[in-house]
Design a protein around this ligand. Sequence first.
Ligand SMILES: Nc1ncnc2c1ncn2[C@@H]1O[C@H](COP(=O)(O)OP(=O)(O)OP(=O)(O)O)[C@@H](O)[C@H]1O
Ligand SMILES: O=c1ccn([C@@H]2O[C@H](COP(=O)(O)O)[C@@H](O)[C@H]2O)c(=O)[nH]1
Length: 245
Amino acid sequence: MTDTTIANSQYRRVLLKVSGEALMGQGSFGIEPGMVEMIADDIAAVSRSGVQVCLVIGGGNIFRGVAAAAKGMDRTQGDYAGMLATVINALMMQNALERAGIDTRVMSAIQMSAIAEPYIRRRAVRHMEKGRVVIFAAGTGNPFFTTDTAAALRANEMECDVLFKGTQVDGVYSADPRRHPDAQRYDSLSYQDVLARQLNVMDAAAISLARENALPIVVFDIHSAGAFPKVLRGEGRFTKIIETK
Ligand SMILES: Nc1ncnc2c1ncn2[C@@H]1O[C@H](COP(=O)(O)OP(=O)(O)OP(=O)(O)O)[C@@H](O)[C@H]1O
Ligand SMILES: O=c1ccn([C@@H]2O[C@H](COP(=O)(O)O)[C@@H](O)[C@H]2O)c(=O)[nH]1
């Protein structure tokens, strides 16, 4: 069934960055299938409304190169392992979306022809025009980056209207709210504010890439059912990062 309130949304094409960590649900590692299903149902509702959707999924629930490097692993090798973690998450999400009746394609930045299409920009656009949800896997394909940067990069390439970052927190705060419970949440901020105040909700490369194309970023908490359709309608708590004159 089409949600007409979403169908009337201001957005034509959007990229949702799904936190890898969110897929853990109540756990502390890996994937809780119920959580993937819940997020997939939300994505399905938005896709059915006619908004074109593409996804980048993090890998922090499985592997982060920087954490492995802190324990002595070669950073580059660790980053490749992290990118493979995002492929696992992408396949899980593809399966959940298909069970929800949504056509999907996984496109990987690292060639893996048995399980995913190679990333080709024009093909990705075409898939979305046909109503398929495209899941971009393996980040940028390069070490020393994150999936936030991959999300900003693909959102620019796909000419998305907005990048939604669905994460653990309900917006950008004056300091990390997990460590500073008294931190203040912002309703909106400029790219420059985020960079200058070192508000580490996203890495600087991602913010800079978004600023290049004046791509708005909306940070919201993805942990509850209906969170994605709700933020798309401009409801609930979130922070918008935009260019301010
Ligand atoms: N100023 C800030 N405002 C909001 N969150 C912040 C801030 N500084 C740091 N954070 C932290 O940033 C985290 C979100 O970014 P992070 O890259 O860790 O996760 P993610 O991208 O959602 O997950 P993954 O890397 O698994 O995909 C939040 O959980 C929060 O603790
Ligand atoms: O372009 C990229 C994207 C990711 N990585 C590595 O993968 C992990 C998981 O991604 P998160 O953004 O942390 O969820 C990341 O820590 C990197 O190790 C990468 O190298 N390049």
